[in-house]
Design a protein around this ligand. Structure first.
Ligand SMILES: *[C@@H]1O[C@H](CO)[C@@H](O)[C@H](O)[C@H]1NC(C)=O
Ligand SMILES: *[C@@H]1O[C@H](CO)[C@@H](O)[C@H](O)[C@H]1NC(C)=O
Length: 266
């Protein structure tokens, strides 16, 4: 494990012991399997079922109550190229939370089926040792890894973006186990699967390294930077919006996505 930290280099992440998973299994071990099933797995399955039912209803309603729209709307969408939308963030950053809540989530509610959404992280990589460090310390590196793992394991953006928003709403508590567990439960994410991704030597840290690399290659240094179709669209920093030539409102961003999308090849 080659994590090195900006602050408090002595501090160790839960997963610095290669024999242990990031979050020890003691709690799980204290519950017999049957009790665990009822306490954790069953509610997660119920949440998933409820989400599925909700989205199905929304989908059916869409068709039933919008007679003006072509009936084969989904077929049309599949043939068009999705618009790349990306945010570059740090998990323990209030600007990242604001950026998600004020701009990204409400935009995604309207146009999620038209964008290819990516979340990348900002940090630094030591060119000599490949060690990774994060501005707000080791907890932030772990928080970033948890969010990247959620996106990797659950590729449906509605799931991992909801989970990300849940975590970032309480960003000072990232990466406490209670927060991770309750957000995972709320969004139908299997904590054990997440934990495996985080601890797996190559996977979690490798995801973070390539994510940081990606931000660096695009010369992005400020959290939160929003890029649309490869261009910087808006920056949220110090509680303010900057460099937003097309405006920083949800309506502006939705309008830009729709414009780019309708230009895409059919
Ligand atoms: C979505 O964007 C990512 C990079 O952010 C890219 O690797 C991937 O190929 C894109 N997917 C599609 C379907 O365009
Ligand atoms: C990033 O900056 C470097 C040096 O200023 C430049 O050569 C490179 O083209 C930039 N990359 C992008 C994606 O803007």
């Amino acid at each position: 494990m080659t994590l090195r930290y900006a602050s408090s280099p002595d501090e160790k992440l839960p997963f610095s012991d290669p024999t242990a998973l990031p979050y020890e299994q003691s709690r799980r071990a204290s519950h017999p399997p049957r009790e665990r099933w009822i306490k954790r797995i069953l509610p997660a399955i119920l949440t998933l079922l409820a989400l599925f039912a909700l989205f199905r209803t929304a989908f059916v309603c869409n068709h039933r109550y919008e007679p003006g729209k072509p009936f084969s709307r989904m077929d049309v969408l599949e043939e068009r190229e999705k618009v790349p939308l990306e945010i570059h963030v740090m998990s323990k950053c209030p600007d990242a939370r604001d950026c998600l809540q004020k701009l990204i989530l409400p935009t995604m509610v309207e146009v999620s089926d038209k964008v290819n959404f990516t979340m990348s992280f900002i940090g630094s990589i030591d060119p000599d040792s490949d060690a990774v460090s994060c501005k707000h310390g080791p907890g932030e590196c772990l928080g970033n890894i948890i969010l990247l793992c959620a996106a990797k394991v659950y590729q449906d953006v509605k799931i991992w973006l909801g989970f990300t928003n849940c975590m970032m709403s309480d960003y000072p508590d990232i990466p406490k186990r209670d927060l991770v567990e309750s957000c995972a439960m709320e969004h139908g994410i299997d904590f054990a699967k997440l934990n495996t991704c985080i601890s797996d030597e190559g996977e979690g840290i490798g995801l973070l390294r390539s994510s940081i690399q990606r931000s660096a290659e695009n010369n992005v240094t400020r959290s939160c930077t929003v890029r649309l179709a490869g261009e910087v669209r808006c920056i949220r920093d110090g509680g303010e919006w900057y460099d937003c030539p097309g405006g920083s409102s949800v309506k502006d961003l939705v309008g830009d996505v729709n414009k780019l999308y309708s230009k895409g090849s059919i």
